[in-house]
Ligand binder design. Structure first.
Ligand SMILES: *Cc1c(COP(=O)(O)O)cnc(C)c1O
Length: 223
């Protein structure tokens, strides 16, 4: 493990053009974020509301915060004023609450729909059919304060690269389906968020546009 600066350079050096890094800073102190910020990193990912709430006020205002964890509806209002993307939307209820809170703040919030494709049962997210249903229902069309910008998923945590690749390509193909059916004219529907420390090089070959990398940059998390 090198320094944060070295790790960051190593990771960004592996990203092809068109793939942006979300530096996942959960469980790491503000000082670690500042170190990455000094190297030019601007997008950071957090997955706990309380932790993000503590960090955001003490860090530079031009940081783009991506909320990447499971978000409870009763906590949406805390982060909506400043978050730049909520990546893991997996229910119409959550989408409704984001729209409601965003309206109160007078802003539009970018979101991704989280897919559940991995075999692990503990993972959150919409099955492909749930996602199809949510979009077909059309309630989201009447939510002017949320903008659905794409899809997010986590591949199974396995060593089998073929399985990881299959899951990511399932997500990529599903993106095309959704794009064609609902967002063909919407340039903003362009994000495919997959790839973490152990599998982001595979994600880059599977049409990811956002990789969410934590421990490969900041080291192991101490919970
Ligand atoms: C923690 C987390 C990551 C980053 O995980 P690493 O293995 O540390 O890179 C990515 N995505 C989500 C949703 C996470 O919760």
């Amino acid at each position: 493990m090198g320094t944060i600066r070295e790790n960051l350079r190593q990771v960004t050096g592996l990203l092809p053009a068109g793939v942006r890094l979300v530096a996942v800073s959960k469980f790491h102190p503000a000082s670690s974020i500042e170190e990455a910020y000094a190297e030019g990193q601007r997008i950071f990912g957090e997955s706990h509301v309380q932790e993000l709430q503590a960090k955001q006020p003490v860090l530079p205002k031009d940081i783009e915060w991506h909320f990447i964890g499971h978000l409870q509806t009763n906590k949406v209002r805390f982060i909506v004023p400043y978050v730049s993307m909520i990546e893991a939307v997996d229910s119409i209820r959550l989408l409704r609450e984001i729209n409601r809170q965003a309206e109160r703040c007078g802003r539009t919030v970018d979101v991704l729909l989280e897919l559940h494709i991995a075999e692990e049962e503990t993972k959150y997210g919409l099955t492909l059919d749930d996602c199809r249903q949510l979009l077909a229902d059309g309630e989201w069309r009447a939510m002017p304060y949320v903008r659905i910008c794409g899809l997010m998923m986590m591949a199974s945590y396995v060593d089998d690269e073929e399985q990881i690749r299959n899951e990511m390509m399932t997500a990529a193909n599903f993106f095309d389906e959704v794009k064609a059916a609902y967002f063909a004219d919407a340039d903003y529907f362009c994000e495919r968020s997959w790839g973490m420390s152990h599998d982001f090089p595979i994600a880059c070959q599977c049409r990811s546009t956002l990789v969410r990398v934590g421990s490969a940059i900041f080291g192991e998390r101490v919970y």
